[in-house]
Design a binder for this molecule. Structure first.
Ligand code: NDP
Length: 329
């Protein structure tokens, strides 16, 4: 049974597993496969679909929009996001990127058109924009909420200080502030979620929708068995990503963790996703998949959380050897 959790201190209930379209929809996979994945997720309790203007430069939103329209699911039964910052064309003009009022308003309108929706449930500032005053960004998002174009807004990969500044501006002017952050979080990438944001969960009631729970597939263990054809990290277009995550050390860790998963009677992807779910500050784990079998396997992860006893978590910690430490004052 899917569980639902309030997104931070907002009243919005999000499924603990959600589904995203980065590098897959409108790109690696055909619309037919995208349809099967989205439908399987929805039929099994996923209520949040994650997207962004920059994913396949708009084609990801178009693909998702077509499926949503075709399915005709009640608009009140699912949550859709978009994100603005990077733009919807390669190397966009200065007016087409960033978090200034012009781009946020135009990007929101364009996302709504591509998704064929009247409003976005969540709108993310995809990265911080150091060249736009935070007041301008917060005012614009507040106005988009009051205009009914978006329901909630959040940030992605902002520092704790930047998130706090957004809250300060919102409080000062009685505006609607951000409720959610979208950081990377997985067994190999932990600092922001476990240390940097640790106060924000309490002080501003931050919710988090975490991305790349499998480190783009490294944490499935499949790369330990040698490079495979037709995967994200063997695709020459993703060479930059391969260089960042497919290191010898990471491959080795995934291999050893895979043995532990085997002892527990679960698969390595299930162990990696259950480990993310074990962190109560994680509102939802955004899954990615290029094949239906992967999604079916990954969606069994919640059942594995109870296997992660203190003893098992200690074993995992020892293998990972990367527990982030809070700075001491
Ligand atoms: P993962 O780390 O889970 O990677 C997903 C990929 O891993 C799949 O597409 C597939 O790739 C492979 N995979 C998944 N399950 C299995 C399995 N059981 N067995 C074998 N291989 C598997 O998540 P993503 O990186 O896709 O991130 C999830 C979502 O997070 C994105 O769709 C997006 O919505 C969001 N995101 C947000 C970002 C941000 O900046 N805010 C940045 C990145 C993602 P393949 O088959 O090709 O190997």
């Amino acid at each position: 049974m899917m569980e639902y959790q309030n997104l931070g201190k907002s009243g919005l209930k999000v499924s603990r597993l959600s589904f995203g379209s980065w590098l897959t929809f409108g790109s690696q996979i055909g619309d037919n496969v995208a349809d099967k994945l989205l439908t399987y997720a929805y039929d099994n309790g996923v209520n949040f679909f994650d997207n962004a203007e920059v994913y396949a430069y708009g084609r990801s939103e178009e693909a998702m929009g077509k499926i949503l329209k075709k399915k005709g699911w009640g608009r009140d039964t699912y949550i859709v996001s978009s994100k603005a910052y990077f733009g919807h064309v390669p190397e966009g003009a200065p007016t087409q990127t960033g978090l200034h009022r012009k781009h946020l308003v135009e990007a929101c309108e364009a996302a709504l058109q591509r998704l064929q929706l009247d409003y976005l449930d969540l709108y993310f500032c995809h990265r911080p924009d150091k060249e736009t005053p935070i007041e301008e960004t917060v005012w614009t998002l507040h106005n988009l909420v009051t205009q009914g174009k978006i329901l909630y807004w959040g940030t992605s990969e902002w520092s704790a200080q930047e998130i706090t500044e957004a809250h300060m501006v919102a409080r000062q002017h009685h505006l609607i502030g951000p409720i959610v952050e979208q950081p990377q979080y997985n067994m190999l990438h932990r600092d922001k979620v476990e240390v940097e944001y640790s106060q924000l969960y309490k002080t501003v009631g931050l919710g988090i929708t975490i991305w790349s729970p499998l480190a783009s597939g490294v944490l499935t263990g499949k790369y330990s068995k040698g490079a495979r054809q037709a995967t994200r990290l063997t695709n020459p277009r993703n060479e930059w990503l391969k260089e960042a995550v497919l290191t010898e050390a990471n491959i080795r860790k995934a291999e050893i963790l895979g043995e532990l998963a085997g002892d527990l009677g679960i698969s390595m992807p299930q162990l990696a996703i259950a480990w993310c779910l074990k962190n109560d500050n994680v509102s939802t784990v955004i899954l990615g998949a290029s094949k239906l079998g992967q999604l079916k396997e990954n969606m069994q992860a919640p059942a594995a959380v109870e296997l992660l006893t203190d003893e098992v978590m200690k074993k995992i910690e020892k293998i990972l050897d990367n527990k982030p430490v809070a700075p001491q004052f």
